[in-house]
Design a protein around this ligand. Sequence first.
Ligand SMILES: *Cc1c(COP(=O)(O)O)cnc(C)c1O
Length: 406
Amino acid sequence: MPEQAIAFPKHVQEKLLQEASESLIHIVARPPQVMLRGQGSYIWDAAGRKYLDFVQGWAVNCLGHSPRVLVQALSQQARTLINGSPAYFNAPMIELARELTTHSALDEVFFGSSGAEANEGAVKLARRYGEKHLHGAHEIITTWNGFHGRTLTTMAASGKAAWDALFEPKTPGFIRVEYGDLEALKQRVTKQTCAVMVEPVQGEAGVILPPAGYLEGLRALCDERGILLILDEIQTGMGRLGSLFGYERFGVVPDIMTLGKGLGGGFPVSALLARRTCSVFSPGDQGGTFCAQPLAMVAGLTVLRELIKRNIPKRALQRGEYLRKCLRALSVEFGFTEVRGMGLLVAVELSSECAAAVSQAAFQRGLLLNAPRPSTLRFMPALTVSNTEINAGLEILSDSLRSVSA
Ligand SMILES: *Cc1c(COP(=O)(O)O)cnc(C)c1O
């Protein structure tokens, strides 16, 4: 695609920003730029400025911005059938369920639109299982700093201490323990416990890897106690960790798994997958107006087929290794205290709490980068990112780090 700068005149940009401040509920501090279009690893704002994008929606555009296959599949489906109603089958719904269950260790699927919706479904399913098979056990053990979404239930499941006082009363029945501490978790399992719910790698917490043996230990514990293991793979699934699903990297199969983010390659779609033995919803227990609508299903199908056809998870593994190698080399100059990650979910720990300033400096220089913690930078580029783009990004990062330390 030619790099012609498509831009809005200055007065149009100003009008948009004015209207934004008047009409949008202020939920997050956004810079005064309006994003206009994207292609691959790049995004352009309304002034025509180009940014290398290592945020990619929020780890959702796994094939980059507006990949041709997705554009074609969505346009074709939009012409054919946008919404056939959740009350009826549609072909893409069945095909995507078929492909997800063929390529994963799980058997049945429910589709939603957001990650939080899939996780709500997982909580409901685990409680239903508790009701049917565990004498009404309903508690779910989750972890501190875990992130599962922003509905009242998924906020309660998340382990953000700052959220505890918000919007009370939230859904009860969640017990939080330290991530990575198998013993602590074991001690909290009671007759009331129906499930354990964790991220294979904690994403929003700043890319926290599980200690060796942790997920295997959780699997063994759940088997021993007859409770369910729920893996929230909304961030780690769909190739991000260098395998199609994150659990493959650990050799641990969950009873329930949730997918979101990368599943639609930017289009909102999520999935709740379950093993046959714990797929215990009865008709009427679960649903949604937008569940399994054809446009979302086609997005998921296209992304899944593309990941498999082009062996993209393996490519993400190699690119991730390259990115970490380059970051470790930069560490000599900038004294990072840690470079960590798996596949293309990568973070660096800075030696001081200047991550937000670095991310802002990078934005000024044309690189989008996330700072999930005061001293942590997170990289979640497209899984199709090239080594050249990684090099370009790290050059901007280096300039930004120098400017902040100066
Ligand atoms: C992003 C995320 C969610 C929430 O997904 P939404 O689509 O924002 O509702 C849940 N769990 C994990 C691990 C996530 O990264």
